[in-house]
Ligand binder design. Structure first.
Ligand code: PAF
Length: 282
């Protein structure tokens, strides 16, 4: 497995290697990331993963500095999963000067939910993903990138960006990996105390309950169900940001009855100092 640091090194490493399959990450890899890497393996001629903690997508009070950096373990996992090239730029390699040109995603999709509670988050994500795509797919003129459904809104925003800019990249979605109790795997689970870890599954349980209530033939209005779900989670000691039911394709609130299989329940809530997100398609 080859490790490269700079954009020219990456472009040189990929020259003549065919179409890449690409899995971007911020490192601290868990089984959810590795499942995406394994999914990506047969989707390209050469498998590239990036490790870069992208300052642009963190708010000043967020965990950029403390975000876990586990380089040796990450490389071992990527190699075992069949990764050919790890692109791990230093900050100055990707942002040699302040990044004053940025991708401004559609506010209708990117300023709601996560974007409402983390203003500028998707600008930071889109900007770095655009830069990573330009590096990874430069030599081949295109390929495939795999993004996890765990970050559901991110996946939708990236899909729209690719469509709007006509980028020659196929976006493939990877299913969320879960622990035995149902907790979605996330790098931020590592911040939880043992007691919090035991309680953390309550977020996914709340989404299941919300989806079930919303699917009932005599369901109460969605706003009431969402409010009830937030209150219940708050009673369990969480500080919820949102628990909501949206249309899968545009993440807007459904207007009237929706066909089965077209909705997603999304949630974000803080347990102690740790903010977790999860979602459930139904
Ligand atoms: O999902 C992530 O880990 C990040 O948002 C990404 C896509 C690697 C961009 O920094």
């Amino acid at each position: 497995m080859q490790i490269v640091r700079t954009l020219p090194e990456l472009r040189a490493a990929l020259a003549g290697r065919g179409r890449p399959a690409f899995v971007p990450t911020m490192g601290n890899l868990h089984d959810g990331h590795i499942a995406l890497v394994r999914q990506a393996r047969p989707l390209g001629d050469v498998l590239v993963s990036s490790i870069f903690v992208n300052r642009l997508q963190f708010l000043p009070h967020e965990d950029f500095d403390s975000y876990p950096r586990t380089w040796d373990a990450d490389c071992a996992k990527l190699e075992a999963a069949g990764c050919d090239i790890v692109f791990a730029p230093r900050e100055g390699d990707l942002y040699p000067e302040p990044q004053t040109f940025k991708i401004q995603p559609d506010p209708a999709l990117a300023d709601i939910l996560e974007g409402h509670f983390r203003p500028g988050f998707f600008t930071g994500v889109c900007t770095v993903v655009m830069k990573l795509f330009s590096a990874v797919f430069f030599a081949s003129g295109g390929g495939t990138a795999v993004f996890g459904k765990k970050d559901y809104q991110q996946l939708m925003v990236i899909r729209r960006m690719v469509q709007q800019f006509a980028l020659p990249v196929d976006i493939v979605a990877g299913n969320t990996e879960r622990a035995a109790d149902g907790l979605a795997l996330s790098s931020r689970n590592g911040y939880l105390s043992p007691e919090q870890r035991a309680a953390a599954v309550q977020l996914s349980q709340a989404l299941h309950a919300l989806a079930q209530a919303a699917s009932a033939p005599d369901a109460a209005p969605l706003a009431a169900l969402e409010q009830q779900a937030m209150e219940q989670l708050a009673q369990q000691g969480w500080a919820p940001n949102y628990l909501t039911v949206r249309q899968r394709d545009d993440l807007q609130a459904p207007q009237g009855p929706a066909a089965p299989g077209t909705l997603v329940a999304l949630g974000a809530a803080r347990l102690g100092g740790t903010r977790l997100i999860d979602n459930l398609e139904f």
